[in-house]
Design a binder for this molecule. Structure first.
Ligand code: 9WO
Length: 246
């Protein structure tokens, strides 16, 4: 799979590909990442990529033409085939783990990273196929959201997590929040590890973890309980436990 980023700050991207557990996915080419800088496709001596907004107002707008030439170069380098073009903005649909899983099994995409006040709407209208948000907040550029998607996709590649089962148990893989985790020491001042986790009784441990997930999700994200129920992902035992909380 391959992701091509259109970014004025390629130097922000590279460091994230060489550290941590996902490094392997990028190093072995399971997830191939390339950057295209619109500035390299500017047509004037100043390599200008931004201009003042029509209608006035503060800040600058990313010009269409350098972006279009960078997009054409990325597309050509991918063999010229049509592919999704993603833009990260608070105006997009909020990205979900289900969609991350779809991207993780895809051929990849071209990711457009906006800067300044934003990119000329005509570029979005002509080329962007998916507008994605990470939530209701504003950043100074689209690079961090692009990296967030790359991170979420890379960790799902086969062999990236040491334990292949470990992301089956993640928060959201079953649409619920994750259970709490504990490690040594067993006693930290007055605070003990929940005894069931030291019991060695795997069925009890699984049930406890499931109930912790259900309890936390009911408390913090009741909307996710409603969705899990609608999707038939709650067992009779789950429902009985949730009823016992009320
Ligand atoms: C910013 C913006 C704010 C409110 C409503 C719509 C909006 N669109 C944009 C926009 O496209 N901004 C560009 C990308 C240029 C400035 C930096 N950008 C950006 C993306 N800031 N914040 C995001 C972002 C993306 C995904 N999830 C949260 C924030």
């Amino acid at each position: 799979m391959r992701f091509d980023l259109l970014t004025l700050f390629p130097e922000l991207i590279a460091p994230h590909l060489v550290h941590g557990i996902n490094r392997r996915a990028f190093a072995n080419g399971q997830v191939d990442v390339r950057c295209w800088n619109p500035r390299d496709f500017a047509d004037d001596a100043y390599r200008r990529v931004d201009d003042r907004p029509f209608g006035g107002g503060p800040g600058m707008v990313m010009m269409v033409e350098p972006l279009e030439r960078a997009l054409a170069a990325a597309r050509a380098d991918r063999g010229g085939a049509a592919c999704p073009v993603l833009h990260f903005s608070p105006a997009g649909r909020v990205l979900t783990q289900a969609e991350v899983q779809t991207w993780a099994e895809s051929e990849g995409a071209i990711l457009v990273c906006g800067r300044y006040e934003g990119i000329d709407q005509r570029f979005v209208d002509r080329h962007v196929t998916h507008e994605l948000s990470l939530g209701d907040f504003v950043l100074s550029g689209g690079e961090l959201p692009a990296l967030a998607l790359l991170d979420a996709v890379a960790r799902l590649q086969p062999g990236v997590l040491g334990d292949a089962a470990s992301h089956q148990q993640d928060s959201f893989s079953d649409g619920l929040l994750d259970c709490p985790h504990y490690s040594r020491p067993e006693q930290l001042g007055d605070d003990l590890v929940p005894p069931v986790l030291l019991s060695g009784h795997h069925a009890h441990i699984e049930r406890w973890r499931r109930e912790q997930s259900l309890r936390l999700t009911q408390q913090r994200r009741p909307d996710l309980i409603v969705a899990a129920r609608a999707a038939g992902r709650l067992s009779r035992a789950d429902e009985a436990y949730l009823a016992s909380l009320a």
